[in-house]
Design a protein around this ligand. Structure first.
Ligand code: G4P
Length: 528
């Protein structure tokens, strides 16, 4: 099969949601419909969550928080579907942001009762900025929730989306009877048994079918007809191009737990969701159809196998074919590397793969060569854009608690930072190391991992920082820039790429600095 055909078959996407909206359940049910698993361990047993599939780290099992971002792949109707799982916990938001650089589209899961929640807002904003095509799945229709029109309105207002419902519920909660599928123009009736396996579905092709009226009642049918008319008047029709450009977001309703509305979502998804798309590098835009291989590291995962301290670098293939045992250029190191056992990911396991195509994710065993954002190519010197760091929210000094293990500590910190667990800043004044994280939980993760993986012990000490601000250093420093560096030297540091960072201690001090040094170029992400 040619490269073009392989590319056209692939759909690589992420599912994003606020924790508890049902992302794990939906993922599991998609695998079930994809035939990748035979039985969904009704989420209580958390087969996928607790198995080796999406949680590789012990700490995750301990806390039950999806720390890891993993890949689940399956074939559905001749399409190769790659789901990039994203941690829902807000302390790992940065991990999710990075994963979003590797997806070609996303599905946003919203809880019908809770509506749009904080974490959804943040993640959708990132997708909107990148014009990533999004489909919205409103979940838990078997529970009492908000009115469907109110919810659609909330999604538009709070998430800044332009929605286009492709399914619509008949009743809700206790009175939930099914959905009208505007995509296929049929009615699917709700049955709430059969959560583990795929059961028979009751579908009516025609709203006029007397058996439908008998099944749901005259009142429900009339309400549905009225609401569908209203829907048509209020919302725009589906336009594939607008969806692909991130200008229109189809909405589906269902209940992942009850396998309901999931297949409808999947059937539509494989028709409309984009195949792998071109990606911008600093040098040029790379098209997936190009023969020469290129890809980038969006995730590094340590300790996949507790018996070996190995790391796996997750590479999204952007163009060409990736082949086992072929030397590829590690652009940052300007060095050729060969991979004898690249992993591909299938539903519940990983396995060695000979050839992979654009859209696929390969896991490469790494002994410390890779950092997040690294580019691999056949031979061209390319650097893919778009994995910026944002200012962390929490900052602490890290101290060595075991002087005999200073080397281990440094190595551990270095490797954890390469994985993107947190950000490291080194103060200009005294060389002290400061760790910045998105959530307070990461400090515990770091401490735990340093101890278990590197036998190093550390303590943390609070540091009052409001925001890390990246500063562009002028080629010819002006007297103003020199003064800024002198006055603020206590607050200046270098990040891991040796970029100058101003650790502003308060919003006020940041504002004063901006006023006092108007020529200073301040940025709130590391990529400028
Ligand atoms: P997350 O990954 O987004 O955090 O959510 P997850 O799938 O773990 O689901 C969160 C909770 O919501 C789970 O219940 C799950 O069973 C439930 N849930 C998911 N989809 C539906 C649905 O369509 N209807 C209803 N009623 N519930 C749904 P839990 O009690 O928190 O977890 P568990 O004890 O069942 O594992």
């Amino acid at each position: 099969m040619g490269l073009a055909t392989e590319i056209s078959k692939r759909r690589t996407f992420g599912i994003i949601s606020h924790p508890d909206a049902g992302k794990t359940t939906l993922t599991e049910k998609l695998l079930l419909f994809g035939g990748a698993i035979q039985e969904a361990g009704a989420v209580k047993s958390n087969k996928i969550k607790k198995g080796a599939t999406s949680d590789f780290m012990e700490i995750e099992r301990q806390r039950g928080i999806s720390v890891a971002t993993s890949v689940l792949a399956f074939i559905y109707k001749d399409r190769k579907i790659n789901i990039l799982d994203t941690p829902g916990h807000k302390d790992f938001a940065e991990d999710t942001f990075r994963t979003l650089t590797a997806v070609d589209s996303v599905i946003v899961v919203i809880d019908v009762a809770k509506g749009v929640e904080e974490q959804t807002e943040k993640l959708v904003e990132v997708c909107r900025m990148r014009n990533i095509p999004m489909i919205v799945f409103i979940n838990k229709l078997d529970r009492e929730g908000k009115d469907a029109f109110d919810l659609l309105d909330e999604v538009e207002q709070k998430l800044g989306l332009r929605v286009c419902p492709l399914s619509y519920p008949i009743g809700m909660g206790q009175d939930f009877q099914g959905i009208y599928n505007l995509w296929k123009k049929d009615v699917l009736l709700f049955q709430d048994e059969n959560k583990q396996t795929i059961g028979e579905q009751q579908i009516f092709q025609d709203l006029e079918d007397p058996q439908l009226e008998a099944a749901i009642g005259t009142h429900a049918l009339e309400t549905l007809q009225e609401e569908l008319e209203l829907l048509e008047g209020v919302y725009p029709p589906f336009e594939a191009q607008a969806y692909l450009e991130g200008q229109l977001q189809p909405v589906f309703f269902g209940s992942a737990l009850n396998n309901f509305g999931v297949q409808e979502l999947l059937d539509c998804f494989i028709e409309i969701a984009p195949a792998p798309r071109p990606k911008a590098a600093e040098e040029r835009t790379v098209d997936p159809q190009e023969e020469a291989f290129s890809g980038f590291v969006f995730k590094i995962h340590a300790n996949m196998d507790p018996n070996h301290r190995d790391r796996l670098a997750f590479v999204k293939i952007v163009s060409g074919t990736f082949e086992r045992n072929t030397p590829y250029l590690h652009v940052r190191h300007n060095k050729k590397l060969k991979f004898s056992s690249p992993n591909a990911f299938f539903a519940e396991k990983k396995q060695i793969v000979d050839v992979s195509y654009p859209g696929d994710i390969v896991g490469l065993h790494d002994t410390g060569n890779f950092k997040i954002g690294d580019t691999l190519t056949a031979k061209e010197s390319l650097n893919f854009k778009g994995i910026p760091s944002f200012s962390p929210e929490h900052f602490r000094y890290i101290n060595n608690a075991d002087p005999m293990k200073a080397k281990q500590l440094h190595k551990g910190i270095d490797q954890l930072m390469d994985e993107g667990v947190a950000q490291l800043f080194t103060l200009n004044l005294n060389g002290r190391k400061v760790i910045g994280t998105v959530g307070a939980l990461q400090f515990e993760v770091i401490q735990y991992r340093l101890l278990h993986e590197y036998s190093a012990q550390c303590t943390f000490e609070n540091l009052n920082v409001h925001k890390a601000c990246w500063i562009r250093e002028p080629e010819n420093p002006s007297p103003e820039f020199d003064e800024f560096k002198r006055v603020k030297q206590k607050f200046l540091a270098r990040d891991k790429h040796d970029q100058l960072v101003f650790l502003a201690d308060s919003a006020f001090s940041l504002q004063m600095t901006q006023q006092k040094y108007p020529e200073l170029e301040i940025f709130f992400t590391s990529e400028f």
